[in-house]
Design a protein around this ligand. Structure first.
Ligand code: IPM
Ligand code: MN
Length: 374
């Protein structure tokens, strides 16, 4: 009997997860190597098993074969318990091809309708926000991940003429809005500030633009209030326009607990959030289908200029692996990974920036893995 198959009484207690690993482009493979190192350390320590299968979707494969993420690839990915993604984006490939053909295709085809992006300042990490610390910058953005301007609805008329018109529609239906809100309310109930013992209430803020996008965000706001009143009276509801949200994320980030928003605003405000938590070296996200296959990624991109130098920060990928374990239900392992990351940001790393950490990519992975294994 091997270690990962223990019997207690007559009950099998250890679980086994099939993980698809897509290292992707640029520094993706380097950071994924470290995330996998930590994942394996966590599996060993917390008594579960990970079966990893590599996929080479990305810029190099596209250059070789003209293929992005084929339909057959989607069907293969569907068979896994989860997906760990490095980065998509290649300097030799025109912008949009790989992003749409791989990243967005996976999100859409696997119906990963939530993009969960924690904004959390770890101890010892420098933030550009004056006088703010880890207790102030600690919230989560629930970004809807299937609708809005991302659906590709639109087109040109009179293309190439002086009277050319381009239209790109933001699209939402009630079903998309409701399922996202439900996830956000549930998340706030389970992981909001009260639930975590750091506040008096669990709060969900809707970030919209009801003063201009009077159709889309009217739908969001009505759905938000209806669902909140009826099913989540215990959760405090707030509303912010997106422009004001940006302002308060800088001036008073401590006001936020869980924010829910549409796809496009979510894309924009989470880059702002990422820089307040120390930048792309640490920001992780999960593309989640609560009923299906989810995909976790560092949100920083492929950083081609640092490729192959062993200087890129792998913590975002490591945190993405942690989020993956949390979503799979290995909560203790996820907590331990976060603790280990906090320990090294507080006590080891000089900076989170590539080349300035005081350690190589590999060494950072080793440091985290060692702590996780303890
Ligand atoms: C992100 C990225 C993607 C997005 C791009 C690469 C298509 O910016 O994950 O936030 O817009 O969702
Ligand atoms: Mn983005």
């Amino acid at each position: 009997m091997n270690d990962s198959f223990r019997i207690q009484g007559d009950k099998k207690v250890s679980k086994s997860y099939n993980i698809a690993v897509m290292p992707g482009d640029g520094t993706g493979p380097e950071v994924i190597t470290e995330a996998v190192k930590v994942l394996k350390a966590a599996a060993e320590k917390f008594d579960f098993k990970v079966n990893l299968t590599d996929f080479d979707f990305g810029g190099e494969r596209y250059k070789r074969t003209g293929e992005t993420l084929p339909d057959s690839g989607v069907e293969e990915l569907r068979q896994f318990d989860s997906i760990l993604l490095g980065a998509i984006g290649h300097p030799d490939v025109a912008p949009g091809i790989l992003e749409k053909g791989i990243l967005l295709k996976a999100r859409f085809e696997l119906d990963q309708y939530i993009n969960l992006r924690p904004v959390k300042l770890f101890p010892g990490v420098e933030t550009p926000l004056k006088n703010k610390g880890p207790e102030d910058i600690d919230y989560v953005v629930v970004r809807e991940n299937t609708g809005d301007a991302y659906t590709g609805a639109g087109g040109f008329t009179l293309k190439g003429t002086p009277n050319e018109v381009a239209v790109q529609s933001a699209v939402y239906n009630r079903f998309q809005v409701d399922r996202c809100l439900k996830y956000a309310f549930e998340y706030a109930r389970k992981f909001g500030k009260k639930a975590r013992g750091v506040g008096e209430e669990n709060t969900l803020a809707l970030c919209g633009k009801t003063n201009v996008l009077t159709f889309i965000y009217d739908l969001w706001e009505r759905a938000f209030n209806e669902m909140g009143k009826k099913e989540y009276p215990d959760i405090r509801r707030e509303y912010y326009h997106v422009d004001a949200t940006c302002m308060w994320m800088v001036k008073n980030p401590e006001w936020f607990d869980v924010i829910v928003t549409g796809n496009m605003f979510g894309d924009i405000i989470t880059d702002l959030g990422a820089i307040t938590q120390g930048g792309m070296g640490i920001a992780a996200g999960g593309n989640i289908n609560p009923e299906g296959v989810s995909m976790f990624e560092p949100i920083g991109g492929s950083a081609p200029k640092y490729t192959g130098q062993n200087v890129i920060n792998p913590l975002a990928a490591i945190c993405a692996a942690g989020m993956m374990l949390q979503t799979l239900g290995e909560e203790k392992a996820a907590e331990k990974i976060e603790e280990a990351v906090k320990f090294i940001t507080a006590n080891k790393l000089k900076s989170l920036a590539a080349g300035k950490m005081g350690y190589s990519t590999t060494e950072v992975g080793d440091l985290v893995a060692e702590i996780v294994a303890q």
